[in-house]
Design a protein around this ligand. Structure first.
Ligand code: HEM
Length: 576
């Protein structure tokens, strides 16, 4: 009110007139003086004096009573209100009796802090070791270490709704579909989700993925050429294999999607910073995923937009390729070799009621955003663990070499798939280093749910199993669950395990392994990811002797929704 009444432009008499109004309003003005640079005014309660002086930048004479009152009004009162609100919510919460860190019961800031450290999975492991299988990690969130519940929580009946953050569609506003498939808003119904997925799901079956194998062979050919020239021939220095695996995964996903690779391998670096930007976006999503209203503060505030960074190069390549293809001007496309872009465009004809151009664009971005980093993380984990374990390396290389595939060729998937130890290695790497290492959250259905320990969880509470935690549960995977031991995936012949017992064990493990999620939201791209992975590992180990540049050095990891790693540096020597 005062601000409106006082304007230095007004002559003094008018200010006085305004003051009369103030007086009438019950705020009697005791004194008033006004120069161009300084306004002094006092009212009987003194507060207006300070506010006026503050508004015009003069130095008020404040007495301590005024300061105290201001402090109470501006600082203490909101804090007290917040504390009261937290305490009330905590006391009224049905999760009050669940164990967990004290602060987590009050506020999601606890989770935000731990996610920001990049070591969230270690914190969760410590908490489960301390509190057992159920830990309260938010005012309305329980983290569960019950892998055997995967079939229930992540079932196909659609009763357990996915907990999501409305962020992806804010990064790139037109990409409704990307947001709905990956991080659907909490209002996305199971029916909507199924409707969007139906037109494209068949293109991710193993058969459809294998129809894209020639694209993959071209990308592997480029990889071998680059590794030969840059590292293997003449033994030039060390190769950051972790980085090259990312170049491979990004070039591959664009090849199978647009019949054109990004070109990271040819250039030998992240030339347009898309890979780095994708990492930064994930850091952002991981944070706002803990406290969704942060997104409004950081991204939608009208004053200064802080995050997330724009993946403009990724969206550009999607848009340019889409337009060129629709105008019949895409020179990279060979109609005899399918790619995802063509499948998505064709889905407009097969599902005219559902699919429109905006959705085709969204489908393209799903591939790019979800498909590259996750696969790179998995392949990096395979190399790291295999190279750290010489016995595993020797057995794996022996198996791959004995397949007799010419080592200048890309390894065919049909042959790689025949190698049981390779499969064991891939599954074990996915188990100990799942690409997604945060809880896959779901809402308990309205009727509530009783946990295996007898605790009842009311409807509406969010619960989740973190693949990192579930994949290391000792009752499922054995006392050595924390170790990388691919042999666990083979039949234990020495221990007298029968074929039937082995099959039963695998059935149980398949149900508990959350590396690709489970049920109706299981990873759409898992066949594509696995074919890429088998082919790359077999091709590289068939062609090169690979050793760690520094056997003692540990890699660095950052868990930011995707559990990224850095520092798998190797030496490569071409085999004769
Ligand atoms: C080794 C590589 C990969 C891993 C470990 C992985 C892991 C996962 C996980 C754990 C989920 C479930 C998330 C949840 O329930 O909240 C998921 C979902 C998804 N993934 Fe993957 N992923 C990989 C590769 C890919 C690829 C290559 C693509 C696409 C080209 C892809 C596309 C998707 C999509 C679209 C979803 C959402 C499915 C839905 O909600 O229906 N992923 N992925």
């Amino acid at each position: 009110m005062l601000m409106g009444l006082y304007t230095p432009e007004l002559p003094r008499e008018k200010q006085l007139l305004s003051l009369d109004i103030l007086s009438e309003a019950g705020l009697p003005v005791v004194s008033f003086s006004h120069t161009r640079s300084n306004i002094r005014m006092s009212t009987s309660n003194g507060i207006l004096d300070s506010l006026v002086a503050f508004r015009y930048g003069s130095l008020p004479t404040l007495d301590s009573r005024v300061l105290a009152r201001l402090a109470v009004t501006v600082l203490v009162a909101p804090i007290v209100t917040l504390l009261l609100w937290f305490t009330f919510s905590w006391a009224a919460s049905p999760l009050r009796g669940y164990p967990g860190p004290f602060l987590a019961g009050y506020t999601n800031l606890w989770r935000l802090y731990h996610v920001r450290t990049g070591k969230y999975e270690l914190t969760m492991k410590r908490l489960h070791d301390k509190y057992g299988p159920v830990v309260r990690i938010g005012p309305n969130l329980l983290d569960l270490d019950y892998p055997e519940l995967s079939k229930v929580l992540y079932g196909t009946d659609g009763k357990w709704r996915k907990v999501c953050v409305p962020t992806y569609n804010e990064v790139m506003p037109s990409i409704l579909l990307t947001s709905k498939l990956l991080r659907p808003s909490s209002t996305t119904t199971t029916t909507e989700h199924a409707q969007m997925k139906r037109p494209i799901v068949k293109h991710y079956s193993l058969g459809s993925v294998l129809a894209l194998e020639s694209h993959m062979d071209n990308v592997l050919g480029e990889l071998m050429q680059q590794l030969d020239n840059r590292f293997a021939k003449g033994g030039q220095g060390t190769c950051d294999l972790g980085e090259w695996v990312a170049f491979y995964a990004w070039d591959l996903i664009t090849s199978v999607t647009f019949s054109k690779s990004f070109g990271y391998m040819t250039q030998g670096h992240d030339f347009d910073s898309s890979i780095a930007t994708a990492d930064k976006s994930l850091d952002y999503f991981a944070s706002v995923g803990q406290i969704p209203w942060l997104d409004f503060l950081l991204d939608k505030n009208p004053i200064l937009r802080i995050g997330p960074p724009n993946l403009s190069n990724v969206t550009n390549i999607a848009m340019t390729s889409l337009i060129a293809r629709m105008q019949g001007q895409d020179k990279n496309f060979n109609p005899k070799v399918p790619d995802y872009l063509q499948h998505f465009i064709d889905s407009k004809n097969t599902h005219p009621d559902t699919v429109h151009d905006g959705m085709v664009f969204g489908y393209l971005l799903v591939n790019l955003i979800a498909g590259a980093d996750t696969t790179a993380i998995t392949i990096r984990a395979i190399f790291y663990y295999v190279l750290k374990n010489p016995a595993v390396y020797a057995r794996l290389v022996g198996e791959i070499r004995s397949a007799g595939i010419e080592n200048s060729n890309a390894f065919p998937y049909s042959q790689a798939r025949q190698l049981p130890y390779l499969e064991a290695v891939v599954r074990e790497a996915l188990r100990v280093h799942p690409a997604v290492a945060m809880p896959l959250e779901r809402y308990v259905p309205a009727e509530g749910f009783t946990l295996p320990n007898g605790d009842f969880v009311p409807g509406g509470v969010a619960v989740g199993i973190n693949p990192y935690i579930g994949n290391r549960n000792k009752t499922v995977w054995g006392s050595d669950a924390d170790e990388f031991r691919p042999e666990r995936w083979l039949r234990d012949v020495k221990g007298g395990e029968t074929d039937e017992e082995y099959k039963k064990r695998m059935q149980k493990w398949n149900a508990c392994d959350l590396s690709f999620g489970a049920g109706s939201r299981i990873c759409l791209g898992r066949n594509l990811a696995l074919v890429e992975t088998y082919k790359l590992v077999a091709t590289v180990l068939n062609r090169y002797e690979v050793t760690l540049a520094d056997r003692e050095r540990e890699w660095e990891t950052v868990n930011s929704w995707f559990w990224r790693q850095k520092g798998v540096e190797v030496r490569l020597r071409g085999r004769v």
